[in-house]
Design a protein around this ligand. Sequence first.
Ligand code: FBP
Length: 263
Amino acid sequence: MYQEKLMGKKGRTLILAYDHGLEHGPIDFNLNSADPDFIFDIAVKSKVSGVVVLSGLAEQYGRKYGFFLPLIVKLNGKSSIGEGEPYSAQFCSVERAAKLGASAVGYTIYLGSEEEAKIFKEFGQIVEEAHSRQLPVIAWVYPRGKAVKDDLSTEILAYAGRTALELGADIVKLKYNGDFEGFKWVVKNAGLCDVVVAGGEKEEDPLSFLRSVKEVLDAGAKGVAVGRNVWQSENPLGMLDALTKLIFHDVPPEKAVMYVNKI
Ligand code: FBP
């Protein structure tokens, strides 16, 4: 309902995710992508619909770049070091995110975790506060925990999308399992909560990644919220250009990939 400000042509969106420094640690980065200035710079140049950061980066870099592009401040996060049932604690309030210039807020829900009740309660309060400030809420919904047998089954992805709708998210970020027909069911169940798809680990072949993006768009998703497949690319700006052409101008993947190959 509040997501229009993150939507571009055709009601679609291209969000650059950069919360990995906490979620995965610097192992995801190289000398370029470890530098937030590098990421903000390519995001501004390619006019992405928004950049996902945690509150620390929003605080340190927001003043420099927040004027040029929408900041999506992720309110919770966790490292990849601990074990046990997943729970990503909220460490930034909606109020603080708003003061940092957020255009939207994000939150990760681990559907099926033993901590689910706590997660839902926290998320409900975030939706209430964010919507009272007209801020869109993006829910990362990742089915996870020992009760979850297959986090990529079409049924559980549809459950994840539906959960986001029922809990009041404006946009839900899901993983794609490669089941094109099944993903239509996933999108259907998310209703007016727009579906965007995570990029996942970097694919060796950029064309294969772009083809999967085209598939999710054809299945009804509104775009991507992608990290590693952009900034781990040999040509991050080229990959953003290719995604822009594909998502907003319907350029086929086979043509869009030329922007990646043009270094
Ligand atoms: P990628 O496009 O790099 O997969 O990023 C998507 C994302 O959701 C990030 O926002 C987040 O840091 C990461 O994946 C979490 O992934 P996981 O919990 O599966 O390790």
